[in-house]
Design a binder for this molecule. Sequence first.
Ligand code: BGC
Length: 842
Amino acid sequence: MFTINDFKIEYRQAPIGLDVEKPRFSWTMTSPKQEVKQQEYRMVVKANEVLVWDSGACQSDASHLVEYAGDELRPLTTYQVMLEVLNNYGEKASITSNFETGLMDYKNMKADWITVHNEGREEVPIFRKYFKVQGEVAKARIYASALGVYELSLNGNKVGDYYFTPGWTSYHHRIQYQAYDITELLKQTKEDNKLDMTVANGWFKGIFGLESSPNNYGDKIAAIAYVRVEYEDGSIEEFGTDNSWSCFTGETITSEMYLGECIDKTISETEFGEVELYSFPKTVLVAQENEQVKITKKIKPIKSLVTPKGETVIDFGQNMAGFVCCKLKQPKGTKITIKHAEVLDKEGNFYTENLRAAAPDDMFICSGSEDVFMPRFTFHGFRYIAIDGLVNTWDIQDFTACALHTDMEETGTFTCSNAKVNRLQKNIEWGQRSNFLDIPTDCPQRDERLGWTGDAQVFARTAAFNFNTALFFTKWLKDLSTEQTRKYGVPYIVPNILGETDAATGWGDAATIIPWTMYLVYGDRRILENQYESMKDWVEYIHSKTEGPELWQQGFQFGDWVALDKEEGSDRVGATDVYFIASAFYAYSTSLLIETAKILGKNEDAEKYQQLYERIITDFRAEYITQKGRLVSETQTGCILALHFDLAEEKDRPRILKSLVENLKRHDNHLVTGFLGTPYLCQTLSENGYHQLAGEVFLKEDFPSWLYTVNMGATTMWERWNSINPDGNFDESGMNSFNHYAYGSIGDWMYQNLAGIRLIEPAYKRFMIKPELIGGISWVEASFKSAYGRIKSKWSFEKNIFSMDVEVPVNTEAEIWLIHSDKPILVGSGSYHFEFVTGQSI
Ligand code: BGC
């Protein structure tokens, strides 16, 4: 049957608290038939039976991000949506959904910021209010936010399943509020409802940043909440935080992101102090923009062990970001400490040196009865825990690791005939799970966990295969533009708590590369519109750094960060000339700006930046490519960037390619690239006729390579190729995280080249399935849930038989390229199977 699935409003299902003036609707369709297209759609939107928009019958195949064009939306209102679709076979399908607007305007937050005097005190305060409902409740909502991180509970039940709300944004400009449906949690009698809002220091006031300093945004925590109850008779009751609230201490004694949480089950609540109104602008309040952070997986231990040093350790078998929840029955007052680590050292001891100033120890003080302990306002990067203080016997099954991250929809799957590659794919996914925690962090364990722009940039394309990152990056990019300045460019980290420093290449380019990537993958023009000024400012910033030639040749650069071709002392920038890289990215960012200007119809800009681009290219060639086509910085990364960003004249490309191939050969076909060269290494080889070599580099199992890390037992991506050296020693302790996703950027090539899923038009409206086989892999099965539905590519090549299964979503077209064929088969939606015998090898 022809059906509509997955009806989404602003990428979400039936959202509440939506503050988007013109929300966009997206749907996918399925049908058992082939070549199915949408021919017509009609959308009707009502609020309480009153029509606010009827699109009429639109002869259009648009089914993704169709913009609302009805009456102005009102705040705090539920809208019903009805969609009807007609396909090219004359079949109809329909679906209904709804969405509810949020405050729409900060003035509708009928509440004040409240705080409590907590100077010199570490306890985590609970703001409290009792209230009654007066009649039959139709719906009840809470809109809440905090300076700090908060959790709401109503009558003892956690409200919502989110963590670390309100998330991390550029707090002095934007703080998200969250909307909660509390209808079911209310006591609908005349009994008191107890509403608690616990606020910990979090990113706002907590100890955080490279200096591990407190008060990054302010020296007070605060809460704001607005409760709105709508009765069946249409009357409204509402109240908000004010100085009639009270404040208590609870069982959470302390909580800091870097330092863990202490929970004491022996103490009873006491009054914290007087609640005061707090003067902080409400104008900064914006609705929640991305998916919330949730516990997405609960993992049971695989074993317990006692280390040579005598530590009692539990191994969860998977490195992750999150915390451990445990059930304990220990004598009253027993203090249990849980330490967290990513790895054991060579001797098998618990290793925490790489956490630097972070001391992520949770402490639980037992009541004497059976206690369940679970931190709420801290997280750790760990695979192992060491437990100290147990008196009674305990059961390993009473410990559960909770993995936490932004709850993005999983969109990609990739498996193949090589088990180690499959583990690598898992490691890439876990790198993302652990580091897409409200913002894209570099790592989840040490005293950083910061939104390093470069890391996010290099991984963005792969990230968008594995999970839907549209909202995640929409939100973060808004903070990026908020914090970007003409003078300093794009900060190293977003949100920025490092202060003002000149920008760096490859990091600041997040401003152009990520919006462009989002546009390609999701066809989301609004991201380009929102980010256009930021993209332009970034190019203008670089332009302001040029003197004479149109090249970026000054200032501090991270270069090809942690590349292996030069690691002397603390110099981690790699051997590639940093200004060669800076100028290469200057050209690339400018080219993306030109494309964006064209799409947005900004023709004057497009022309202006085209001229700039040509000057950059001319000056780049004059400076960095000799007359005979030799690169000045002939490293792997140098050659990769020159080729992939198309910086050289056609006549010079063969020589540069040769240099790359020879360089690889000198390393026995191992990579030595850092953050900026690695994402494009295999791609560059594949697109220049060296796909088998790309395969060889990819499948290397000894140091340095992706599968080397798998062989060394990695369950996430490492920060460095040599995080653990072949002799089992750690390379260094200061900069050595076992959960950095940057080198996971190979995922893009795995999906695009090995599985062959490549877009032709944004959002995969048209795409190709063009697998490129490599020696050592005999089958691949991959899928990607695109904006139009699931794309699948499955091929195998064994005993001269090539077979391929492809799925093409309704309302799309695909080019299918079978091996050894020089032209594609054009198909519409449906499932297709191909199989043939071939005498030719790959
Ligand atoms: C981070 C990196 C980051 C870098 C800047 C490090 O401390 O962990 O991933 O991009 O600094 O070079």
